[in-house]
Design a protein around this ligand. Sequence first.
Ligand SMILES: Nc1ncnc2c1ncn2[C@@H]1O[C@H](COP(=O)(O)OP(=O)(O)OP(=O)(O)O)[C@@H](O)[C@H]1O
Ligand SMILES: [Mg+2]
Length: 343
Amino acid sequence: MRPASAQDKDSFGGALLEVHDLNVEFATSSGAARAVNGISFTLQQGMRLGLVGESGSGKSTAVLALMQLIKAPGRISGGRALLTGDDLLTMTAEQMRQTRFSRIALIPQGAMNSLNPVLSVRAQIDDLLMAHWEKADPEKRRQHVGSLLHRVGLPESVADQYPHQLSGGMKQRVCIAMAIALSPQVIIADEPTSALDVIVQKQVMQTLIHAQEEVGAGIILVGHDMGLMAQFAHVVGVMYAGRLVEIAPVHEIFSNPRHPYTRMLISSLPTFTTRKVFRGIPGVAPSIVNPTPGCAFRPRCPSAVDRCAVDVPAEELVAHRHQVRCHLAREVAPTSANGAAID
Ligand SMILES: Nc1ncnc2c1ncn2[C@@H]1O[C@H](COP(=O)(O)OP(=O)(O)OP(=O)(O)O)[C@@H](O)[C@H]1O
Ligand SMILES: [Mg+2]
């Protein structure tokens, strides 16, 4: 596996998934909550795109929308999501059923805890294969289950075990095996390692990336942890209050973060030299139901100016493949990789 840093940022294949102005809202008693507010990005073949942001920033809602898995009172209120040209958001239920797993697969948040406790691993993977390979004979499916488990570093004997007999890391590997079972073009992993300890986290991430590289897919990695993104993502998108506030290749975002929120996320990472402990970002997340005018980050922003209370910042291209939503994006002095300017 190559580290994220070794991949040239322009060496990816063609566009697999083009998301344009995606909007999702939830009806609440006090009005519509805009959980995803006009996000756009492109995932290319071989690319690992990280989506980070604090709890409630809309990461899961965005990826669930791509799979048409938003449940009432939520609804997709706008946008397009073209999977090699086909809009995922307008597919019929039957088209979506055929597309899920075979062209785009989601490992949902908490996936390892939603494995069916009364079915063996084999039965769960087999269900998925039967739904897509109606004519495949049982022996072919049996062999495929074995090969999938092998590809995620599990012995074939795991096929006959039940979820409660497996560790968290093993269950997460089973979820990865299911995601790659039909060699999709796009894999989405929502917090694939959040409930695991650090060592297992790394092993699971390596397994996921190895599997992604084997099937030649693009991947969207959802998480909280900028450190994990630095290690594994090629491109990082930062979400805040439903918006994608900054997106750039991983080196660019760490060496030249332009949004004050991104700078805070980076500066809160522990380093070897300062041995800082993670201290979080001061302030509370804003309301997405009745947002105050202007930039949603303004109340927590150390650099806010008058204009930030009035206008929502538009998306601006500040460098090659580097987009930011901040009125000061062109004015702030570039900081060191650890966001020293706001310390
Ligand atoms: N069923 C629902 N009804 C109302 N609001 C919802 C519902 N589901 C999600 N939301 C709102 O949508 C917003 C985004 O939630 P989402 O779960 O996408 O965030 P997230 O970034 O994935 O957070 P986390 O890091 O905790 O997983 C939140 O403000 C949440 O309150
Ligand atoms: Mg989530």
